[in-house]
Design a protein around this ligand. Sequence first.
Ligand code: SAM
Length: 305
Amino acid sequence: MSRLTRRLADHYVMAVIDAAIAGRPLVRVRGAPPPDLGYVMAAAWARVRETPGYLTEREARFIMAAIALAPADGANVEIGSFRGRSTVGLAYVARHYDLGPVIAIDPHTCPSPTDPVLREQETTFDEFLANLERAGVRDAVEPRRAYSCDVARDWRDPIRFLWIDGDHSYEGARADVRLFTPRLAPGAIVAMHDVLGTWEGTLRVFDQEVLASPDFGPAGFSGSIAWAQYRPHAGRALTRRLQHVALALPLRRLIPIAARGKAEFGQEKLIRLHGADKWAYKFWRTLIPHGLVDPPSLARALRLP
Ligand SMILES: C[S@@+](CC[C@H](N)C(=O)[O-])C[C@H]1O[C@@H](n2cnc3c(N)ncnc32)[C@H](O)[C@@H]1O
């Protein structure tokens, strides 16, 4: 065996050992999810489940798949971390695939009128850090204890994954989309929480700023999450317009119903619907597919032309 062949063979054996230790796949089919994504998401979910906050398993699985599969380079940004439930899932997956840290933006004072209620607690910051430590992902998160608009002012880097779960008011959610969209890299994913969750503001913002924009391509829902892929000008194509309109039509029926909802304050702040509104909301929402998204179909949808 020549020296070169021996060195290549050594290299290969080391790569196999490295990948096995790190749990990384050695072979990846272009455009397909990494073969170990299912295991990684299961391990991440085990940590998310133990972290307090507001995210169902279906939603956690969606954002974890999305951060892994977004076909773009750049930063991973979270707006609204609270006690760290979504942060834990995102950070676990991002670190496993070497996708960079999660920039977790939150003043940790629950400042908006749509926020969870902190009661006598002044801040969630210490609890947030403790939850990241407990989940073993502290090193994969860069906390920014600030309002999203203040971070956006100096932000210049491209973004590959943007998770919006901060101020759910119309003005707040619209500012987040408008301020950060110019920083999205082509192929990036923007995902907004609580759009199908009876918040009038987030519903209107997703309709007006994302579905009506020519700069978003594939779009959909999972649980209450609405997501879209940033593809400048792709939204002008007829098939894409039709897809956006098919989502927007039932979505728009939800907006006036959500606007009549009554805010109820508990540990969690909820908008409750009553009587006929409750049933009407359910009816229109069934016309919007929002089930569990499986990673292979998401990867196919996100593949860039
Ligand atoms: C619904 S909670 C986030 C839940 C969290 N993602 C989870 O998985 O449990 C909303 C959070 O957004 C934060 N927030 C509100 N307005 C904000 C803003 N303008 N910029 C950044 N964070 C904001 C609040 O402090 C609160 O912690």
